[in-house]
Design a protein. Structure first.
Lengths: 230, 230
DNA sequence: CTGCAAAAGATTGTTGACAATAAACAGTAA
DNA sequence: TTACTGTTTATTGTCAACAATCTTTTGCAG
């Protein structure tokens, strides 16, 4: 199989509108997301360059972007490593996420459209199906999309990019709460309450529910917000 | 004057513990902070490389980091430009900052030390002096340090890095609220209330005060939170 | 066998050169 | 003049080679 990003046959026809660097960054993000690159792994520049069919320059540039977004960390003269998230850091990220999601809810509530409410409700009912059947691998991506949608609908562009970044970072932390018994159902009932509050255009209520929703996950793993961990 | 980062005379003696890339990124951040590079300016790689006495590689890597943190944006084949922040985006950043500072206050309140309270009070009283004398150029950096200190004392590392990033980004937006008549005094009275709430270890009150403090600036420029701008 | 030191190898840091693209300019036709 | 087109120039995108640094292996003394 050919792993190179650029198909040479197509190279002639495509007018490239994107730099290799950004293509590579997305590819690396994907590899980390999917688990092809695991926390703690070192990214060998030569190997990656060969695998993706480019030189080391773009690889290095992509890594600097990933560093800033917290997905990797760089040690001088040693290389770049997929970050490992300690319990302590994961707990911190939960706290941040709670605040960001609360803000998203507060911003969205007063201006949400009927169409958006309908879309969120659709997701909730799909998640209900998945929860009934105990299909975590169906529930999980829906859950992600649900939260993403609320942030996106909030209309605050930077909030979306920061949230995405924090979410990716949290993904490096493997322990999940959703696979605890009955957790999907409880989580989804919270989703329903959130959508109800949004539909009622109640910003304060939505914000509170979003915050609680995130912090509940935190509590299951680490105890209440602000608790020192590890 | 010599603008190069690396003094060749020192180069031999220092065992470099940091890559050029990170030095350059800090230098560029400084140049943007100080206004040597203004919003909308293009960063000419050759010129920067010559000025800093390095090659283009590290420059490009540094720029990718800055891109991710929102200080510059890159257009393929055209270059990297210091970002210009629209009113709309500035308003969005205020909303985010309010949420982040509220979180910082909430986290810090229950665990603040006497020493930290004293340090914050010292800053407040220094700001009071500056406000009395109408010295904005003294007040402003103290104001920055005050807010930074609270986030730092909160102990959430990622919160600090995100806050710093958001703060730098906001700095690209030139209009300030503090130079409005009487604004320094009002602002500082809010600072005092925040420190009092912190000293009382009242997380909710602190969070609310921090949020209001930031949103008041937003309102002066753009109207209340969530208001569409531009 | 263990511990240390030096050499060999692998990997990152940095550079200068070349290719691809966009901007600036000049010349021509309407 | 203005619009268009081809040419020149400036700048970015990419690459491959070299230098600096770290890691591993090898060899030797105890």
């Amino acid at each position: 199989m050919d792993d190179t990003i650029l198909d040479p046959a197509l190279g002639l026809r495509i007018r490239r509108t994107e730099s290799l660097t950004s293509l590579i960054r997305r590819e690396l993000e994907r590899m980390i997301e999917v688990g092809e690159l695991k926390a703690g792994d070192r990214l060998n520049e030569n190997a990656l360059a060969a695998k993706l069919g480019v030189s080391r320059g773009p690889i290095r540039e992509a890594c600097r972007g990933l560093e800033q977004s917290g997905l990797v960390h760089v040690i001088v003269n040693r290389g770049v490593f997929v970050r490992e998230i300690s319990n302590h850091e994961a707990a911190e990220l939960y706290d941040i996420r709670a605040a960001l999601y609360a803000l998203a809810g507060r911003l969205l509530a007063p201006k949400i459209t009927k169409k958006q409410v309908a879309e969120l409700r659709r997701m909730v009912s799909q998640m209900e199906d998945a929860a009934d059947k105990g299909e975590l691998n169906v529930f999980y991506p829906l859950n992600v999309r649900f939260h993403e949608a609320i942030v996106q609908f909030s209309g605050n562009g930077r909030l979306l990019s920061i949230s995405t970044s924090v979410h990716r970072e949290m993904h490096l932390f493997r322990r999940r709460t959703l696979d605890m018994p009955g957790r999907m159902k409880i989580s989804n009932s919270e989703h329903r309450a959130i959508v109800d509050a949004l539909a009622a255009k109640d910003g304060n209520a939505t914000a509170q529910l979003m915050e609680d929703h995130v912090l509940k996950s935190r509590e299951l793993l680490f105890g209440p917000m602000g608790t020192p961990v590890d």
